[in-house]
Design a protein around this ligand. Structure first.
Ligand code: GLN
Length: 336
């Protein structure tokens, strides 16, 4: 397998693991594609890809890994990092909490005492987070957001205008949340501008490989392992990963933490990112979703990857056995 651009694509036992998982789970046809944003309903449900990028920049990928789709809620992780950089941890915590919720991603709920949204990974918290991104006007704020994504991905990124306008004209639930937060003084007057930026961040176009590079950047203390550019201050990585760990999979976060044991984030596009700190980033894309809005195949793939490679953060043996073995093999280039 040759080099592709700046990416070092290699063959290894790790590639065989994801190839096997891809063959196994492409047969799984459960779930439905998201249809509450009309444009998303047009996606081909058979699309499926898995990609792993290590912190030393090696790339393993299988399936439709160059297929483009919109990032949706996975964007919340990265917007959170930017808002933290803009305001610092202490101020941010006065606006958005870090408490997991057993409710759906689009629940219209605020903390009863503080009126804060519960965390930055559910829609209410993500809208409040995005409303904090600095800039003198909407264009500057959007450009700062896009530049942030560029640092994580390693190339210029664009917004899918059809998906953006589709969500903007149908996103009444998100609009209702913004009004509720305005009522409590938790976001400022200009809610249409904040909603536009939120819908634009959700409509940023990525592929599965991008997801893995972004996850690997988080695994690598905020430094993109391909371009070596620092995408976010390393001091905020622990904030980001903690919130991903406890809140990233919505009302499935507890079961995910128990079974997979990795900080992660899903989106209704069918993407999932998972981070193995100091080791690698995982991206999976398959648009068939379960009732909670998580990719059915994506969840299965991550559960099995974690088990096979011993990736669970609290796996006692993961320092010296399976993970160590597999990662050391990652460095062996496939001669065939
Ligand atoms: N743009 C979507 C929304 O706000 C994102 C939801 C998601 O991916 N879970 O409803």
């Amino acid at each position: 397998m040759g080099n592709q651009g700046d990416l070092e694509r290699v063959g290894s036992p790790l590639l065989s693991v994801i190839e096997d998982l891809h063959s196994k789970y492409k047969l799984l046809q459960e779930g439905t594609v998201a249809n509450y944003i009309p444009e998303l309903a047009k996606v081909n449900p058979d699309l499926f890809s898995i990609c792993i990028v290590t912190v030393d920049g090696q790339v393993y990928e299988v399936g439709d890994y160059e297929q483009l789709f919109t990032i949706q809620s996975i964007s919340k992780v990265f917007a959170y990092g930017l808002a933290l950089e803009d305001h610092g941890r202490d101020y941010f915590l006065t606006r958005v909490g870090v408490e997991p919720t057993g409710d759906a991603f689009n629940a219209i709920i605020l903390d009863e005492k503080s009126n804060r949204p519960l965390n930055p990974m559910v829609n209410a918290g993500a809208i409040a987070t995005t409303s904090l991104i600095k800039g003198s006007d909407p264009t500057e704020r959007l450009n700062r957001m896009l530049d942030m994504f560029r640092r994580y991905i390693g190339r210029d990124v664009f917004v899918d205008i059809s998906v953006f306008t589709s969500e903007r004209s149908t996103g009444h639930r998100n609009r209702a949340m913004a009004h509720l937060m305005l009522n409590f003084g938790m976001i400022d007057q200009n809610i249409e501008e904040s909603l536009d930026l939120y819908f634009q961040q959700c409509a940023v176009i990525v592929n599965c490989r991008d997801l893995a590079v972004m996850a690997a950047t988080l695994a690598n203390k905020g430094r993109n392992p391909i371009t070596q550019e620092q995408a976010v201050k390393s001091s905020y990585i622990k904030d980001i990963l903690s919130v991903m760990y406890t809140c990233g999979m919505y009302n499935f976060a507890g079961e995910w933490a128990y079974k997979v044991g990795l900080p992660a984030k899903s989106g209704v596009c069918g993407g999932i990112i998972a981070v193995v700190p100091h080791q690698m980033g995982i991206g999976v894309f398959s648009p068939l979703l379960d009732m909670r809005g998580n990719s059915v195949r994506g969840v299965k793939v991550c559960e099995e990857l974690s088990q096979q490679l011993g990736l669970h953060l609290f796996e006692c043996s993961n320092k010296d056995s399976k993970l160590g073995e597999n990662l050391s093999q990652c460095h062996l280039k496939d001669e065939g």
